[in-house]
Write a protein that binds this ligand. Structure first.
Ligand code: G6P
Length: 575
């Protein structure tokens, strides 16, 4: 996830570019850069690290009369965060910034290399500017059109060229892009925060649109609501973002011909008979889902460990074990220490991580980046979705299994249904008292129950536990009474009858039960209906959204600060 900005028609465009990038910095901050046309000539300034490094560099550049420019703040996906890999990418007379992923860049790169066109970066973006210059024969718009016909993937692109120094070219597919106007001035940005105060009308560029625009819509009135996109909390925004984030997570990986991980090759798994997954918190719950999937499909034994326990219990680590760590932040101290311990014992290591260049990514042999974007809510939602999805793809990869369509259907299932959200909002008022919650489920719905309970307790401060549905009768059922709330995750595809019996056992003892299922269970008190699906992972992702919304709505009714719950931290770098 990166941020892009552009501007034409104001004095000192570099000031707007830097200010705009500051607004977008939360989206990515491993490098940044700007390109301007100054007296017909391209000037490009880039810096690694936070934006202040770029600001320092820009201070030392003398400008004559720059008329327009583009800028970018990067969150690395292809290639390390170096200055060469930072945007804007340049050719001989043009510069481009890009947000998204060009899926067929390797193919294009090979074709251009055959024509003796060379590349300096490891990024997918560089092919855009090289293609554009390759196609250029006197008409920049024609060359831009051809470029854009050739590339596949997701993108928001801004391009400037010395050949037509008064224009900013733009194209959009999949990644957000806004163009705003104020009299003769034009502003571009990947979200509206940088535009506020500069323009009063904006056009949200549609997929497939490129070139110039003429229809404008009003901008929100203040920056705070713009950043939250109209949502009450970042957590709510992040729940709604899961559909897009999963698209990005699976882009170029879930293909019609099976799973492709550019980061891995099959030889990496040679000699591997076991897997240990080590993680904390929500990431640990994702790991548990991975165990069910990988053992069932790839037939490789998987142990999932809470990192703070694994770290001190002198575990047996044999070299035929692949050690996987899962972490949103890449900085969790306990997880990092177990990774170091595994490396010391000579194990191959793989990180599933959301933060490129984090300590965990630097330490692991290989990394699959989660591409969830910056997660601001302390209670993890979209990162969890990408962790589970990545483990599912990994399981397909190891099992040589192709679930292309099912994966896409599961992504569809994360689109928030406004009627269901409304229903959960209404239901939530009935669950604010009592002596606690049990979330129950079987198979992959058991780790989802653990995660659902964690979400609720993290932000509502109500006691909640996740439990295997079949285990309730071995103790916890003693707590059943009308003030005990049970959220039952009932799959149509896995152990339906058995889970249903467990729910009925609780209902018979007068617990208050909320069932989440595609089939209504008469005896339960409340019911949230999901779509009928023929694969448990599709149900999983739909139920995941429902448990997240339930936690959110209960916490909002309790008057809590959902994004910054008491006593918690987003990144726990202490043991
Ligand atoms: C903290 C966060 C949790 C997170 C856990 C592990 O406790 O509040 O949301 O699941 O750390 O973090 P990681 O960054 O390693 O996934």
């Amino acid at each position: 996830m990166c941020g892009i900005v552009g501007v034409k028609g104001i004095k000192n465009p570099q000031d707007f570019l830097l200010e705009g990038l500051k607004e977008l910095e939360y989206r990515g901050y491993d490098s940044a850069g700007i390109a301007l046309i100054d007296e017909g000539e391209l000037k490009v300034i880039k810096a690694v690290g936070k934006l202040k490094n770029l600001e320092e560099k820009v201070k030392n550049v003398t400008f004559s009369n720059p008329t327009l420019g583009i800028g970018h703040t990067r969150w690395a996906t292809h290639g390390k965060p170096t200055e060469l890999n930072a945007h804007p990418h340049i050719g001989e007379f043009s510069a481009v910034v890009h947000n998204g992923i060009i899926e067929n860049y390797q193919e294009i790169k090979k074709e251009l290399e055959k024509e003796n066109i060379s590349f300096v970066s490891q990024t997918d973006t560089e092919v855009i500017v090289k293609l554009f210059e390759h196609f250029y024969e006197g008409d920049a718009f024609e060359a831009f059109k051809k470029t854009f016909e050739k590339i596949d993937g997701a993108y928001a692109i801004l391009l400037i060229t010395e050949k037509e120094p008064e224009k900013i070219f733009f194209a959009k597919k999949g990644s957000p892009l806004i163009v705003a106007k104020n009299e003769g001035k034009f502003f571009f940005a990947s979200s509206d925060a940088p535009l506020i105060g500069y323009a009063n009308t904006a056009h949200y560029v549609e997929d497939g649109e490129f070139g110039y625009v003429d229809s404008f819509k009003p901008l929100p009135a203040n920056k705070e609501s713009a950043k939250k996109g109209g949502f009450r909390f970042y957590m709510e925004k992040e729940i709604y973002e899961q559909y897009d984030v999963l698209k990005e997570n699976t882009l170029g990986r879930n293909t019609k011909d099976g799973i492709v991980f550019d980061e891995l090759d099959k030889s990496f798994f040679e000699g591997i008979n076991n897997i240990i997954i080590s993680a904390c918190g929500t990431s640990y719950h994702a790991g548990l889902v991975g165990k069910y999937l990988i053992e069932r499909d790839a037939k490789i034994r998987v142990d999932v460990e809470v990192a703070s326990e694994l770290r001190y219990r002198k575990p047996l680590l044999s070299k035929d074990t692949l050690f996987i760590v899962i972490s949103q932040s890449g900085e969790t101290a306990d997880t990092l220490e177990t990774l170091k311990m595994a490396k010391k014992a000579g194990l191959k290591t793989l990180a599933l991580c959301n933060m490129d260049n984090s300590s965990i990514v630097r330490e692991a042999d290989r990394t699959i980046l989660l591409r969830a974007g910056i997660e601001k809510g302390v209670a993890s939602t979209k990162a969890f979705a990408t962790q589970v999805m990545t483990l599912w793809m990994l399981s397909n990869y190891l099992a040589d299994k192709n679930e292309y369509e099912i994966i896409n259907q599961a992504i569809e299932a994360t689109k928030v249904n406004s009627k269901i959200h409304e229903k959960i909002k209404r239901l939530s008022k009935r669950y604010l008292h009592g002596h606690g919650f049990f979330f129950i489920g079987r198979d992959i719905f058991y780790p989802l129950a653990l995660e659902g309970a964690l979400k609720l307790k993290e932000i509502s401060y109500i006691h909640a536990e996740g439990y295997p549905a079949g285990e309730m009768k071995h103790g916890p059922i003693a707590l059943a009474d009308p003030e005990l709330f049970v959220v039952a995750l009932l799959s149509k595809n896995i152990l339906f009858e058995k889970t249903k019996s467990n729910i009925e056992e609780l209902a018979a003892r007068d617990a208050t039960v909320l069932t989440v299922s595609s089939e209504e269970i008469e005896l339960t008190d409340d019911y949230v209906k999901i779509s009928l699906a023929n694969h448990p992972m599709i149900e999983f992702f739909e139920m995941m959204v429902i448990t997240q919304l339930l936690a959110l709505e209960v916490a909002i009714r309790m008057g809590n600060d959902v994004d910054m719950p008491r006593n918690l931290a987003k990144s726990v770098t202490v043991e």
